[in-house]
Design a protein around this ligand. Sequence first.
Ligand SMILES: *Cc1c(COP(=O)(O)O)cnc(C)c1O
Length: 411
Amino acid sequence: MAQINDHYLKLKAGYLFPEIGRRVREFSSNHPDAPIIKMGIGDVTEPLAPAIVQAMHAAVDEMGVRETFRGYGPENGYEFLREAIVKHDFVDRGINIAADEIFVSDGSKCDSGNLLDIFGSNNKIAVLDPVYPVYVDTNVMAGNTGPADDDGRYEGIVYLPVTEENNFEPELPNEHVDLIYLCYPNNPTGTVASHELLQKWVDYARQHEAIIFYDAAYEAFITEDGVPHSIYEIEGAREVAIELRSFSKTAGFTGTRCGFIVIPKELSGKTADGKSQPIQPLWHRRHSTKFNGVSYIVQRGAEAAYSEAGREQIRELVNFYLENASIVKNGLERLGIKTFGGINAPYVWLRTPDGKSSWEFFDDLLEQSHIVGTPGSGFGAAGEGYFRLSAFNSRENIETAMERLTSKVPS
Ligand SMILES: *Cc1c(COP(=O)(O)O)cnc(C)c1O
C-alpha cells in the first residue's frame, strides 16, 4: 500500500469555517425566514473594474487569432506585467526592486505554501497569534511541526501573541527563529505595522540570518500616511525578506487569480554544509519546474489594474470597502464595543463585550441580529475574546447589519 504524508494527519481538520457553516445551517433550519447577513468571509463582492474587463476581452480576442495567439508564456510572468508592477508598486514609491525580482503567480495562498519547497525542514518558524491559518497549515503539511495541543498550537512553532495588551505589536521572539511570517495590513486584526516595528523585525532577521515572509495582500487598503506599503521601505530588508502580493483584494481578483512574489537578489539561505546560497535561483527553478505561468488573459487584466483608468477604478473599489469598514467600526463604537483595525484594512476586529468568549458572541450575533462573523479564537488561541467582521459586502447589507445591531445589541 502506498505510504501517505503522515504530517497531513496532524492537521486540525479545518475546524473554523466548517463549524461556522454547521452553526449557520442549524440556525437556518430552525429559523428558515431569518435573513442572514454574512460578514465572516474574506472575499470580495463587487465586480471587476471596467478597465480590467476590457483588457481581458481584448486579450481573449488576441488569443482567437493566429497572428496574436500565444501558447506558454514566460514562467515568471510577462514582462509587460512585471514592468507595470515594478513601476507602480515599487519605483514610484522610491523602492528599489527590479522586474527580474518579480515572480507572477496564481495568488498568494499558493505562493506562501509553495515557498516552503525551497526551504529545509529544520527551520524554526514564527507566526503571529491570531494568524492567517494558511501559514501554519502549510508548515504542518511540510513536516515542519510536531502535533497540535488542545489549544490548536503546533509543537515547534513559535507563536507571538498580538492583542490589545501589546497594542497588536508582536514582541521579537526570545529565541532564535529562521522563518518569520508577517502580514500587514493584518488579517485578521486589521491593524498595521509602523516603520519602527518593521525595522525591529528586519534587524532581528539580519542578526539571526532569518527570512521574513511579508504578506502585503491588503497593501491597497492603507489610507494613513506613514504606514509602510512594502517591507522594502525598511533599511536592510532586501537581504532578509520575501514579499507576497496579490491582486485578490486589491483588484477583486479572488476568482480571477493573480499575484506575485518579490525575491531580491541579495536574499540568501544556507546549505547543509553551512555555505551561503542565494534564494532567487532556487525559486526560479521551483517555479519553472512546477508551474507554467498565469494565463495571458489574466495577466493583461492585472496589467490593466495599473493603467490610469484601472488605478482610479480599483481605488474606488477599495474606498467603497473602506467606507463599509468605517460604517461597521463607528456603529460598533457607538454601541460601546471596542474595535481595532478597519482604517487601513477591510477587517474590523472587536473585543467581545462583557467578557464573552468568541463563540458565545458568534451565537448571540447570529440569534439576535442574524449576522455571521468570525470568532477570533478560530485564528489562534490569542484571538479568544475577539471577533472579526469583514467589510467585503454590499452597502445595503452593511447598513442593514448595523441597524439590526443598534436595535438588538447582543448582550
Ligand atoms: C486573501 C488573502 C491573501 C490572498 O490570497 P490569494 O491566494 O492571492 O487569493 C493572502 N494573504 C492573506 C492574509 C489574505 O487574507
